[in-house]
Structures are given as C-alpha cells and as structure tokens.
Design a binder for this molecule. Structure first.
Ligand SMILES: *[C@@H]1O[C@H](CO)[C@@H](O)[C@H](O)[C@H]1NC(C)=O
Ligand SMILES: *[C@@H]1O[C@H](CO)[C@@H](O)[C@H](O)[C@H]1NC(C)=O
Ligand SMILES: *[C@@H]1O[C@H](CO)[C@@H](O)[C@H](O)[C@H]1NC(C)=O
Ligand SMILES: *[C@@H]1O[C@H](CO)[C@@H](O)[C@H](O)[C@H]1NC(C)=O
Ligand SMILES: *[C@@H]1O[C@H](CO)[C@@H](O)[C@H](O)[C@H]1NC(C)=O
Ligand SMILES: *[C@@H]1O[C@H](CO)[C@@H](O)[C@H](O)[C@H]1NC(C)=O
Length: 593
C-alpha cells in the first residue's frame, strides 16, 4: 500500500524507546483506498437483527472541537407509538467522518447512566462510516421514563491539520412482546455475510436470549439504576490521573432494595492507553527516557463503599484504532473498540451496609493507574414492591489484597520484566424481603501474568499477557434450595512483538509488528448458557522516514464464535491492506453447547 503520510512528533520517541504510541501518525487522504464500512465483528450480525416494532431517533449531532467543553444533551421520552412493556431495546449508533482526525473516545448516558462506551475509527481516508449496535434492555427502568436527558460526549479536537468532524446519530429500536420471534436462517444453510437472509423460513426463539442480561437477573431488568458519576461538565465520567485519585459520589439507596449489581464502565488513555506494555519507572529513569508511559504493566480498577473495597477487576485491554499499528484496524477494528466491555460487581451481600436510608460514599480508583482513566458506574437495584424496608447483613467475607509479584532485570535498554498477580475472594450475605430470607454467596478468582522483554538494544520488544478470571454467584433460600446461580469464566490473552530495523540512516527505519489478542467467555446462568470466543491476529510493517510513512502493509484475521444451547455462529474474516478479502460466516457448527 502506498502512503503519503505525516507522522506526529510523538512517533520519534517510539524509535528511541520502543513503547507503543497511541497516535503515531496520520495519513493523507489516498485515492486508491476503498470507502469501507469499519466494523467490529460481533453477534448477532447486522443481517440478523430482527425488525423492531418502532424506531426512535434520539440524537443527531456533529462533534466539532469538543475537548474541555460540556457534552451534548438532548431530551429523551419513550416512543408514543409503542409503549412498554418491551421484550428488547437496542441502541444503534451511526456515524461518519471525513478529513484527517485521530481516534476519539465517546460515551452515551441516559439520565446520567452510561449506556454505551465507544471509540471511533481514524478518518485517514477521504471518508469513513460505521455502525454500533448494543442491546440496552437492561436499562429498561430508565427507558420508560420521560424528561430524561440523553447525553453524549465525544472528545474531539480540531485544528488546521486535524479537521475531521464526527457526525453521529443515535436511534433506539424497541421490540414489543409479540416481536419476540425473530426471522432466522435455517440451521442447515450456511450463509456468507453478503447473502440475503430475508428469504429465511424458520423462526428461532432463542435469538433474543443472546447475552443481554449479563450478570443481572436474567429474567428482569433492575427497577432502578443510580449513576455513580462526575458532575457532567466535561462528560459524566470521572477522570483518574493517578493511583491515589479515588473518585467519590454520595448516594442514597432505597431501603427496600433486595438485590444490587454495580456495572463499572472504564477506558484507559494517555500514558496508560497501553498500560500492559509499560515498563517499570526504574527502566525509564536509568535510561533517561523521555516518556511518561511507566509504572509497570499491572492495573486493577476497584470500587469502594464507605472506604471498604467491595470489588475489583483487571480490564480487558481494548486497543483503539490508532493503537499499535493503525493499519491493523482498517476496516476491522480491535475487539471491543466500538462497544467497550463493562464489568458487573454483584453487591447484594453488601446491602446491609447501605439500607439505613442514609447517604453512603461510593468510590472508584485504579491501582497503579497513571494519567488517565475515564471511569463511572451504574448501580442496578431491584426493589421489593411488597415492603418499604428489607433487612440484610453480611455473614462472611474473605477479601485479601491482590497478591502482586514484580520481577525486573535490565542492562541499558535490554531487559525482562514480569508481573504476576492473583486474588481469591468470597463474600456471603443474606437479605430478608417479602419473598423470604435468601443468601447470596459470591466467589471470585483471577490470575494474571504479564511479561515484557526488550532485546537488541531495545529495538525488539515483546509483551505477553494472560488473564483468567472466574466468578460464581449462588442464591439460596432459607431451606437451602437454589434460587439462582451464575458462573462466568473469562480469558484475555494478548501478545505484541515489535521490531525496529534501522536502514543505517538516522531518521529512516522499518517497524514490524505482530499482534494477537482474544476475548473468551463462558457464561452459565440459571436459564441460559453461552460461550464466546473472539480471536484476532494482526501482522504488518511500516517504512518510516522522518515524519512520513513511505509504505506499509497490514493484515488482520479474526475468528468469532458464539454458541448456546440452541444455536451457534461462526465468522471468519481476513482483511488485507484495508480491504476485507475473506468473510465467511456460518450458523452450523459442531460446538453447540
Ligand atoms: C429474577 O426476576 C424474576 C422475575 O421478576 C424473579 O421471580 C426472581 O426471583 C428474580 N431472581 C433473582 C435472583 O433476583
Ligand atoms: C436469614 O438466614 C440466615 C441464614 O441463612 C440467618 O443467619 C439470618 O439470621 C436470617 N435472618 C433473619 C432476619 O432471620
Ligand atoms: C543503544 O541505543 C542507544 C539509544 O538509542 C544508543 O545511544 C547506543 O549507542 C546504542 N548502543 C548500541 C550498542 O548500539
Ligand atoms: C511475525 O510473525 C511471523 C510469522 O507469522 C514471523 O515470521 C515474523 O518474524 C514475526 N515478526 C516479528 C516482529 O516477530
Ligand atoms: C481461525 O480459524 C482457522 C481455522 O478454522 C485458522 O486457520 C485460523 O488461524 C484462525 N485464525 C485466528 C485468528 O485464530
Ligand atoms: C470462504 O469464502 C470463500 C469465498 O468468499 C470461499 O472460496 C472459501 O471456500 C470459503 N471458506 C470456507 C472455509 O468456507
């Protein structure tokens, strides 16, 4: 691929210190680049989105120079022509841009509750467009309300060189009860993503049971959702700049809450955009490197109630479209880039702390975090409609600090660094509501390992990371009978290798990168089981002189599979130099659960 490209200055430090830069270069519009839709491969594919009962466009806005300004807000009211109850509600974000611009972070909040965290492609060609679809049924208690604001922040910055604006439309799709049946292709038919699925003859009930009540009650959304957010002057997210920056909000919880799940929304930026590749500060200091990307390669986001840690999570490493090698993410973006994962903390065993009708302080912080993280949370509460006060108490709690082991060894720019961490927690509590006395037992465990190696005077860099986590929630009544159970296992392996090959000239070099990562999850609830395996592998190089990329090559392949008891879906995609060259999908597979 021929490129006529400018590099920003920050890219030079990549050569001196091979640390991944977020926005290494921007590309001049190129004539021969196709105007592809940028996509994140996910399930269900757009061709299998059922026809909604009604659609309601809520937001239509152009994000210009928005950094450090207030977010954009517009009133929300439920659709008049299809009143609740709904069996499902989907958010559809449609966006486009042209002219040079970096990738940008964005979020959508309804009444202060975050319903989407997303990022943009880089409009390096003359034009880009993309679509994001997310099931938002779990926010039904808000969606039925009027006089709420729908708020969106997209931190864009415009100057003489970066002139790209983002044109965004947000539409909600409502499905009422009798729209549950979804047209679906016959099981025996293997289709390619281009085929027309409208001719399908079979109906599949299961499609609406795709994992949309993750971690929450599978059969009903929460009655009330309280946001744990900043004041909203620059968006409702808190901006965490350092480890001791615990962000707090006082909230009061209804005394008849019998179940609580906190949904944590998080993204990492600036010096922590590639936290998993950051060497320790000792390496940076000893080698006198001009970078802030340090503090080692371990981060843990945690939540507190009145100063007590009630849950923590190692986030999935989402790579934005300017990350690692920007050519990798055209037109297939990295896993989660358009719909960042959120993390559920089951807080029911802690309800005893907060049911006294008083205000309590909820906090969010990042262990080892450096500037900057954007975090906020949604507290989902289920209320006892038969009584005004429920009683609750915690019985057992075992929650040690995360055990983290650091080892490092380096001489000059070469060296090896390793971080290993693990944690096992258990908490049990009971809640006495009008439906009886039920106990909730939650066990959580994770193991984490990160290994970084610099070689050949720092011109070769390898990062290998793995995360394995599992969570079990068991709810039993006072006769010991199971009320509900949930088991979730997740794995996020990641590997990056970069190699810088000098040409003998000071300002000319070739940069080779191999990257792979995956998101694997197995979910077993009381009435649904499913698994996702999403694997991406990218390879490529760029030839750099001074501030320009002279040429480059990139390919990304991805295997996505989804399976539950009734159906499964596989998609296999390969993109080469900005074009999709293979795209096979099938609803037939051997690995149905
Ligand atoms: C989930 O919701 C259903 C229907 O509202 C209810 O019967 C059930 O008890 C709830 N389960 C839990 C664990 O809260
Ligand atoms: C609820 O059940 C637990 C045992 O599961 C018991 O320890 C607790 O005292 C009960 N609470 C009430 C108010 O009866
Ligand atoms: C290693 O890299 C540093 C900084 O780029 C340079 O000053 C030094 O001469 C290099 N050493 C060797 C042996 O190439
Ligand atoms: C990337 O992987 C290929 C094999 O797929 C290998 O030949 C190449 O050396 C790797 N590049 C780097 C920088 O490790
Ligand atoms: C996807 O699966 C195919 C075989 O089904 C395999 O050849 C390919 O390497 C896989 N790609 C990734 C990225 O795992
Ligand atoms: C994938 O699709 C291509 C055509 O687009 C076809 O040639 C190839 O056989 C398919 N591969 C599989 C494994 O279905």
């Amino acid at each position: 691929m021929q490129l006529h490209t400018l590099l920003c200055l920050c890219f030079l430090s990549f050569f001196l210190t091979p640390l991944f830069q977020s926005q290494p270069h921007h590309f001049k519009p190129s004539q021969n680049t196709p105007h592809n839709e940028h996509i994140e491969v996910t399930y269900p594919p757009p061709s299998h989105q059922p026809t909604p009962s009604c659609t309601h466009q809520i937001l239509h806005h152009t994000f210009t120079n928005t950094i450090d300004t207030s977010p954009y807000s517009t009133p929300y009211y439920p659709p008049l022509n299809c009143p609740p109850p709904w069996s499902r509600v989907t958010l559809h974000l449609k966006a486009k841009s042209k002219c040079q611009q970096y990738d940008r972070i964005a979020a959508v909040w309804l009444g202060g509750v975050e319903i989407l965290r997303t990022s943009t492609p880089r409009p390096s060609n003359s034009k880009v467009f993309w679509n994001v679809r997310k099931d938002i049924t779990k926010y039904t208690s808000l969606l039925t309300k009027s006089y709420l604001d729908l708020t969106m922040m997209m931190e864009n910055s415009v100057d003489t060189e970066l002139t790209g604006l983002y044109h965004v439309t947000v539409t909600f799709l409502f499905y009422n009860q009798n729209a549950i049946r979804v047209p679906f292709s016959p099981n025996s038919l293997s289709i390619s993503s281009n085929s027309n699925s409208k001719s399908s003859s079979r109906f599949l009930m299961n499609e609406l049971e795709v994992p949309y009540f993750r971690g929450l009650n599978e059969s009903s959304p929460a009655d009330l959702i309280i946001p744990i957010i900043d004041d909203g002057e620059r968006g409702f997210w808190f901006r965490i700049e350092e480890e001791n920056d615990l962000k707090k909000r006082r909230i009061r919880i209804p005394r008849n809450s019998y179940k609580a799940v906190l949904e944590l929304c998080v993204s990492f930026h600036g010096n922590d955009e590639f936290w998993y590749s950051n060497p320790p500060n000792s390496y940076i200091k000893t080698n006198d490197l001009a970078t802030g990307r340090g503090n080692g390669a371990f981060r843990e986001v945690y939540v507190t109630i009145d100063g007590e840690v009630v849950g923590s999570e190692i986030p999935f490493p989402v790579v934005f479209t300017g990350g690692i090698n920007p050519l990798f993410w055209e037109p297939i973006v990295a896993i989660g880039a358009f719909n960042l994962p959120s993390y559920d903390f089951e807080l029911t065993p802690f309800l005893g702390k907060v049911l006294d009708g008083k205000e309590h302080v909820f906090g969010i912080g990042v262990i080892k975090g450096i500037s900057f993280w954007l975090v906020n949370a949604n507290l989902h509460l289920w209320l006892d409609h038969e009584s005004s006060v429920v009683h609750a108490s915690r019985v057992v709690r075992h929650s040690p600090k995360t055990n983290v082991d650091w080892t490092e060894g380096f001489a000059g720019l070469d060296g090896e660094f390793q971080v290993e961490a693990e944690k096992n927690t258990m908490v049990e509590g009971w809640v006495l509501s009008s439906s009886g006395n039920v106990s909730t037992v939650i066990t959580k465990a994770f193991s984490f390992r990160n290994f970084i190696k610099f070689h050949n005077n720092g011109t070769y860099k390898m990062v290998k990371q793995r995360f394995k986590g599992k969570k079990k929630v068991r709810v039993t009544d006072n006769r010991g009978e199971m009320v509900s159970k949930l088991k979730v296992k997740r794995m996020y392996p990641l590997r990056v290798i970069t190699l810088i090959e000098p040409f003998g000239l000071n300002d000319r070099y070739k940069l080779f990168t191999n990257f792979s990562h995956a998101f694997k999850e197995k979910y077993e609830g009381s009435c649904l089981i499913n698994s996702i395996s999403n694997v991406q592998e990218s390879k490529g190089w760029i030839d750099v002189m001074g501030h320009s990329v002279l040429s480059g090559h990139a390919s990304t392949k991805q295997n996505y599979s989804y399976a539950d008891k009734f159906s499964c879906y596989n998609r296999n995609v390969l993109a080469n130099n900005g074009r999709i060259v293979i795209d096979n999908s099938t609803f037939v597979c051997e690995n149905a659960l």
